[in-house]
Ligand binder design. Structure first.
Ligand code: 13P
Ligand code: SF4
Length: 301
């Protein structure tokens, strides 16, 4: 019997990979799609925590990550034993974790969030009078505390790509534009950058902002996130002047090395069943991690 292979790709993968995929999306969209996918094999052209989430949500499928090196700095910067001690020091708090975390990390969490639903889920918890701790993304947590006046204790890891955006390079780039200029940014960016942004949101949120842009057609729009999304934005709005936000003056190097390990050859091999199989999580580990993920998916539907 032929195997049903479903290929998922994150917006940060190169255009050719996105063209090979059955579904392209942000972390939330890909998790939902993986859960419902009627597939024997799910090829996840993204990073490892995404493939692990797909496996947890669809444990009967064989989930393959094309390149075993596709990690994420938010995962590698988080020592789970230290996280456990930190979590235990706030026994009366709800622990909210960003989806960019390992399965073990998720199992220590009460809620998982993505950049798309984090504002709503934390607002919901505060409305219920809960106290909240947030991990692992320090920048995202600092932004939420600033934007909504929360006082969440934060874990301290960063995205090594977004953390490089900085105010000085942005000021220079914005200052060099003669006419109108806008900045849109992913919440993994540092707070001084987010404070300057006209819009802060997930990859799909930024894409929608661009699709719906009805301002001055001559305006320059700087995009502070991984460079892969420029492909989708350009397809949607070829009429706009969309530019990567600079990391430092003259450098356009905001590319995620882990996402870019999804080469055409690696994805084709994965579609033949060759790559990192997510088969190392025990049923107990998957059950423990599924609980806070399902809580998020139920909230977001
Ligand atoms: P999104 O969920 O916004 O797609 O973000 C995923 C990610 O890894 C951002 O760096
Ligand atoms: Fe992780 Fe940053 Fe790469 Fe996203 S862009 S996968 S947060 S290292």
């Amino acid at each position: 019997m032929t195997q049903r292979v479903v290929t998922l790709a994150h917006y940060y993968t190169q255009p050719e990979i996105q063209q090979m995929a059955d579904k392209v999306g942000d972390s939330l969209e890909l998790s939902l799609f993986a859960r419902e996918a009627e597939a024997d094999i799910i090829v996840f052209a993204g990073v490892r925590f995404m493939a692990e989430t797909a496996k947890i949500l669809n444990p009967n499928a064989t989930v393959i990550l094309p390149d075993a090196g596709s990690t994420c700095s938010l995962v590698t910067q988080t020592d789970v034993a230290a996280l456990k001690t930190w979590r235990e020091s706030y026994p009366d708090h709800v622990h909210v974790s960003y989806i960019n975390s390992s399965a073990e990390h998720k199992a220590l969490s009460d809620w998982i969030v993505t950049s798309r639903n984090v504002d709503d889920i934390i607002a919901h918890l505060y409305e219920q009078g809960k106290k909240v701790i947030f991990s692992p993304d320090r920048n995202m947590g600092a932004y939420l505390n600033y934007q909504y006046g929360y006082d969440m204790p934060l874990w301290s890891a960063v995205c090594e790509v977004h953390d490089k955006f900085n105010e000085a390079a942005l000021n220079e780039a914005l200052g060099a534009v003669n006419g109108e200029a806008y900045l849109i940014a992913h919440p993994e960016s540092p707070l001084p950058v987010l404070k300057r942004a006209d819009y802060v949101g997930s990859t799909s949120g930024m894409l929608n902002w661009v699709k719906q842009f009805s301002g001055n057609p001559e305006a320059v729009i700087f995009v502070a996130t991984e460079d892969g999304i420029l492909y989708n934005m350009g397809l949607a709005r070829p009429d706009l002047d969309l530019r990567q936000a600079p990391i430092y003056a003259g450098c356009q190097c905001n590319s995620c090395p882990y996402m870019k390990m999804n080469t055409i050859e690696a994805v084709k091999r994965a579609q033949q069943g060759i790559g990192l199989k997510i088969d190392y999580l025990t049923p107990a580990q998957m059950d423990a991690a599924r609980l806070p993920i399902e809580r998020m998916l139920d909230f977001s539907q």
